[in-house]
Design a binder for this molecule. Sequence first.
Ligand code: BES
Ligand code: MN
Ligand code: ZN
Length: 499
Amino acid sequence: MTVPKFGLTDHTAETIRDGKADVIVIGTISEGDTVALADGAAAVDEAFDGELLSALKALGATGAADEVVRVPTFGRVSASAVYATGLGKVNGDAPTAEQVRRACGAAGRALSGTKRALVTLSQIDLRAAVEGIALGAYQFTEYKSDPGEAPVKNVDFVSPADGTGKEHKATLKAATAVATAVVTARDLVNTAPNDLYPASFAERAKKLAEEAGLSVEVLDERQLKRKGYGGILGVGGGSSRQPRLVRLHYKPSKPKAKVALVGKGITFDTGGISLKPAAKMQEMTSDMAGAAAQLATAVLAAELNYPIEVIAYLPLAENMPSGTAYRPGDVLRMYGGKTVEVLNTDAEGRLILADAIARAGEDDPDYLIETSTLTGAQLVALGNRTPGIMGSDEFRDRVADIAQRTGEGGWPMPLPDELRSDLDSKLADIANVTGQRWGGMLAAGIFLREFVKDDLPWVHIDVAGPAYSDAVWGYTGKGGTGVPVRTLAAVLADIAENG
Ligand code: BES
Ligand code: MN
Ligand code: ZN
């Protein structure tokens, strides 16, 4: 899917009265037990001779988040309806970026079937409004014979009062690019696992990346074997669809830093011989969300000409039980030579990631950012909307701060040393699981740390819960969410600016 066609417009009474929009979107705020109009709505209210607010009250509007109230205009303006979308309660002077993003997300969904909309919430925060509308409008109808009402086609955003036209244009461009990257990641996650398997994922990655000017290398099973990628081969061996390792390289002329990206690409996770229970197993179609996010982010870095070199690794494999599958008890020789005793074939993500992380270290990056749907324990610890962020202390805290600002959330988590000895193996250098349940998310992070080059600032972002949604809220629908693309994009932008 693509994002709607976006434009900017100046805020004049004429745009409101005689514009081309079919629907005008305004924001509402919860104030005590009543509703108020948000910034940007005043001009619309004027066209209603100040009666918009009483109409909204009569319709039961409260201004709560995820509330969209439709008001017919009865010809007072050329648009046929005003959609009032709730920002919730405002603490302080203005709604937060996330409140704007969420309200615009709900509006973006409600706008399905509309040809052209005019959005006024951009006067509060243009960037958040664009992201919210684009992500709220997202639909994945690839497999539907009758896709229903199409997403809104054209959206004009009223320019904010401060800043120049040039700045607004740049903001619109960057926000549209980021939203497009999120959409790319969502599309990949939502594609069924019979269509998206290692080789077909690699093909799609190659096409997307080459179009954006990145160089692409894909290792197939023969090359993986020759180079000693024991983790990827071990995990992928149970499937008739053989594994791949994709490497994407974006190199601007004078890069300020070099960043390695690594994302887990298990195109389906049955658990392998340590088979998962049937309930909800279909959700393991999202077990490649990390690889999808890194692919989208590497492409985005090129599209926005970030002055940093980016090398992304996508280890791709399908975890299946079969006569050729790896088993509990196997010892794998990983890329770089370390050996791993497999105690549970369902702890497969860390095995393919270990190979990719070891390989990424050879490029001598300044930072390494890995993300994966790695553990059910992430959901136990942080719920299904908050990524767990682990890694080297300073960089971890920097990434967690940035994650908070994007609205994707994300919380710093420790890698306690005492868990390392739980990974000791009698047979090999390390085991792939501990013998106990506690701190499962952290133990996985500790396992990954073993493969990170010494002194390299790195993070591991566990998005097992946040990458996939079974509920509809704000700018998130059911299925792939695209998390953590906005965090990754913001971290790269921060490195591009501050080194
Ligand atoms: N892909 C799963 C983790 C997962 C669980 C993602 C729920 C999304 C939602 C991962 O490969 C896995 O199976 N992890 C095991 C590890 C365990 C065997 C140590 C888990 O979390 O149960
Ligand atoms: Mn698993
Ligand atoms: Zn998995």
